[in-house]
Design a protein around this ligand. Structure first.
Ligand code: GCW
Length: 837
């Protein structure tokens, strides 16, 4: 015991794998523990083991033991003397404890630590559990102030959408296989499911759709319904209700009917029967999520029925059971969009499809709207559909999954992005209509109780849940914002950091700074001025591929040509999208003068030489922003390195690896985008950096043994436009070069390509002395969507720091191909301190 204390004082904490996320309940230092006064007993006003109140008492006992080292008793009867009492308002009243709480709404709670008794009072059991987590969060952050306050959720719907497939894979999953499904059935071991529910309860998430919106009808089989019941049982004690995504064609593909027409009697009867059966297995099923007529999914339009006919079909089936239908607004024609039509615009789709349906939905339908009209891009204008749903309840869809935002291999803290949207005032009918606090709260259109939030999350079997420790601040932040969209994004980070890594100021300041810099940096190096994330939209959505945006029907166009760039979405001359906003907002976006720079190319098509409000031309801003973004990303691993010894080794090493990877990949992004637009526009970089790399030696210019020079597609992902690949698959090969730099200490970076299905090995030498070796095994270490090509996704680099180099030294890389990996090399950079290239 004494040994542990000693280690804790030194800050040498045991290795952690991330499984407990922000619920670690790590012991506070002794001097702080001394200041804490907690009552000696816990009284849980419900003794039923599966009740959230009982769970709350167990959590309080476990947490206080961990944080303060104190063992508390749990009883279920009120007693004399100080205690922590947790229960619902009704239970408090029944026990004869008089409490005076302000009005509590569903899931709300009252927490009082004044006097010698701690009162945790929930409007319902779930609320009481939230209150217990709140109290534990305070203790874990050494916040022992006396408080007495009530808090209520801003919105009733605070859900997660998992995109888990029934075979156990996850669509856009970067953290391993599903914790819900295996071999086309629900898992039988629900340990991780319950642990996930615990995490969700602590951030006040109250519902989860567990299967992919691209849904498999097999989820409705008898066996799978029994499996759903088991999953629901595992999550219910934590106050998390489950729901499922439906495949619209199920009556035909699974039920054997010859139609799935939503107005057909046999179809209606079939869905009613299936729904009744589901509710027998899961009596508190939250409801259904439906993706219809989108990206090849079946839907009512097949039968010339409306989207509301489709939604109401399910709404009627769940109505008697108290369920709701989340109907996705992500409906667009993905095959017939034609870029040669200047007026064509995918961004128009949601409003075009839903505008006339506002009075057509049943009252238990919620239209679920992605935050922007395209698809989770690095910056989007807020969806104008919120302004058209006045009679229909709406929920916003956010994405914790970093599909277009670095796939959890890049640090990108998302609450600042979400808050741009949530804080946006749509000025509907000339009145204040802030998306978060007015619309999603249900206040603006009197829809309270039926509005809110859904976040796509790709939690998988990886111990870190999301594949990487720092991405967890996004999940935590989602819960905090869904409860209260006005919470400060820095405050969220600071709480999360203390809970996840302890109370050290350096840790908190460092992680907060890096995280707050991360979204702007990512935007800078992947696509700015509202042009979207310039990623491979016909591929895995990870690395750069700007030309993939255009000349296809997907509609994420940039309309970039040799002279100009951007989508003209004005009413006067473009697609008319700007006119989908209420008048004041429409006028702002219609006029180039009042459109903010960061959405300029979202709304306007301009020459590369157009001068921004910041005084730069569009093209020069592109160049500068990409350099600035990569430079900021390069500081992350340097900042992180300072935390060595303050954070346990396991989490330190795992993050150090990823942040170093990000620094390298940010340069891949920077160069690809800059090369591409430099080539397209023919306009020189005023600072003469693009295409110039004085500190690089291109592999194609080295002495090659067993290697040959090849081109790459897209061209801009290779420095100097060429790479080398080894000849013959498993032969050993090498590249070498005599350096011609003045003597000094340099970082040596080797740029190579790490593909799926192959693990080439490499060793770097300086004058025959080994500097280090590595294997192309990112597919095992990173978890991003895999690629088999030599492209912007596989481009990566490794850096060896502080190497002494003098003129005439010979650098050599020996390599062995493996599988698909031909040990492809792009360049070696010899970097003086401070140079990012
Ligand atoms: O963002 C796109 C994704 C698809 C996804 C779709 C959707 C589940 O690339 O993977 O499908 O959106 O949101 O329905």
């Amino acid at each position: 015991m004494r040994g542990l204390w000693f280690l804790a004082i030194l800050g040498l904490v045991a290795a952690e794998d991330g499984l407990n996320a922000w619920l670690r309940y790590a012991r506070l230092p002794c001097n702080i523990v001394k200041q804490a006064a907690v009552p000696p007993n816990i009284v849980a006003l419900n003794a039923t083991k599966i009740s959230p109140i009982y769970v709350a008492s167990q959590e309080l006992q476990k947490g206080i033991k961990g944080i303060l080292g104190k063992s508390l008793n749990v009883t279920h009867e009120t007693s004399e003397g100080p205690s922590i009492v947790v229960g619902t308002i009704a239970a408090f009243t029944d026990s004869g404890i008089s409490i005076e709480t302000p009005e509590l709404e569903e899931d709300g709670f009252w927490l009082s630590t004044k006097g010698d008794t701690v009162e945790i009072v929930g409007q319902n059991e779930r609320g009481a559990l939230y209150g217990a987590f709140e109290y534990l969060s305070m203790l874990a952050q050494a916040n022992f102030t006396e408080v007495a306050y009530a808090t209520n959720p801003s919105a009733a719907i605070r859900w997660i959408n998992q995109w888990d497939n029934m075979d156990g894979t996850i669509e856009r999953g970067y953290a391993g296989l599903s914790i819900f499904f295996k071999d086309n059935a629900l898992v039988s071991n629900v340990t991780r499911v319950a642990e996930y529910a615990r995490l969700l309860a602590s951030i006040r998430v109250n519902g989860i759709i567990i299967n992919n919106v691209n849904a498999n009808a097999m989820i409705l089989s008898d066996t799978n319904m029994a499996g759903l019941a088991k999953v629901a049982d595992a999550m219910r004690p934590w106050g998390v209700k489950i729901g499922i995504s439906l495949n619209f064609a199920s009556p035909q593909t699974f039920g054997g009917l010859n139609t799935f027409d939503p107005l057909d009697k046999s179809v209606i009867a079939w869905w009613t029967g299936i729904t009744d059966k589901l509710y027998k297995h899961v009596p508190d099923l939250a409801g259904f999520l439906v993706k219809a007529n989108s990206e090849g999914q079946p839907g009512p339009l097949t039968y010339n029925r409306t989207l509301s006919d489709g939604a109401n079909l399910f709404a009627k089936a769940v109505k008697p059971h108290g369920g709701i239908v989340m109907f996705r607004a992500f409906v667009y024609d993905y095959q017939n969009l034609n870029e040669s039509n200047w007026k064509a615009d995918r961004a128009n789709a949601a409003v075009d499809f839903f505008r006339d349906l506002d009075d057509k939905f049943d009252d238990n339908v919620v239209v679920q709207v992605k935050y922007g009209p395209i698809d989770f891009q690095v910056r989007e204008a807020p969806s104008p559909l919120f302004a058209h749903l006045k009679q229909t309840a709406s929920a916003i869809e956010l994405q914790v999954t970093q599909e277009y935002l670095g796939q959890q291999c890049h640090l990108v803290y998302l609450p600042p992005l979400w808050k741009e949207i949530l804080n946006f005032d749509l000025r509907i009918d000339g009145e204040k209509s802030v998306i978060g606090s007015d619309i999603l709260s249900g206040k603006r259109f009197n829809k309270k109780g039926l509005t809110g939030y859904a976040a796509v999350v790709n939690v998988g079997q990886n111990a870190t849940w999301l594949g990487t420790h720092l991405a967890m601040s996004n999940l935590y932040g989602y819960g905090r914002l869904a409860w209260d969209p006005t919470v400060d994004e820095v405050a969220i980070l600071e709480d999360w950091t203390r809970l996840t890594f302890g109370l050290d100021d350096t840790i908190r300041e460092t992680i907060t700074r890096m995280s707050m810099e991360s979204w702007p940096a990512y935007e800078n190096y992947t696509g700015n001025l509202g042009i979207q994330t310039l990623t491979d939209i016909t591929g895995p959505h990870f690395g750069p591929n700007p030309q993939s945006m255009d000349n296809n029907p997907w509609g994420q166009w940039t309309r970039a040509d040799a002279f100009s760039i951007g989508m003209d979405r004005t009413v006067k001359n473009g697609t008319g999208y700007a006119g989908q906003y209420p008048a004041e907002v429409a006028a702002m976006f219609e006029d180039i003068e009042t459109t903010p720079d960061d959405l300029l190319l979202w709304f306007h098509h301009v020459p590369y030489t157009h001068v921004l409000k910041n005084g730069k031309t569009v093209i020069q801003h592109f160049y500068d922003a990409h350099y600035a973004g990569a430079e900021t990303a390069a500081t992350f691993s340097v900042q992180w390195a300072k935390l060595q010894g303050l954070i346990d080794q396991q989490r330190f090493d795992e993050m150090a690896f990823r942040l170093t990877y990000q620094a390298g990949h940010a340069i891949v992004w920077r160069d690809a985008i800059n090369e591409f637009y430099h080539n397209l526009s023919g306009i020189a970089d005023a600072q003469d950096r693009v295409g110039k790399h004085p500190w690089r030696v291109e592999a194609e210019s080295m002495t090659l043994r067993g290697y040959r020079v090849t081109a790459v597609n897209p061209f801009e992902v290779a420095s100097g436009l060429r790479i080398v690949q080894s000849v013959g698959n498993s032969s050993s090969a090498s590249v070498s070069v005599t350096l011609n730099y003045t003597a000094g200490t340099y970082d040596l970076a080797v740029a190579y390509y790490d593909l799926y299905e192959g693990k080439a090995s490499y060793e770097l030498f300086l004058n025959d002395k080994s500097i280090g070796s590595w294997v192309g095994d990112n597919e095992d270490r990173l978890g991003f969507t895999l690629t088999r090509g030599i492209d912007g996704h596989s481009a990566t680099r490794i850096t060896f720091k502080g190497v002494e180099i003098k003129e005439g030294d010979v650098v050599r890389v020996d390599a062995k191909a493996n599988g698909r990996e031909t040990a492809p090399l792009d360049y070696i950079a010899v970097l003086p301190p401070g140079v990012v290239d």
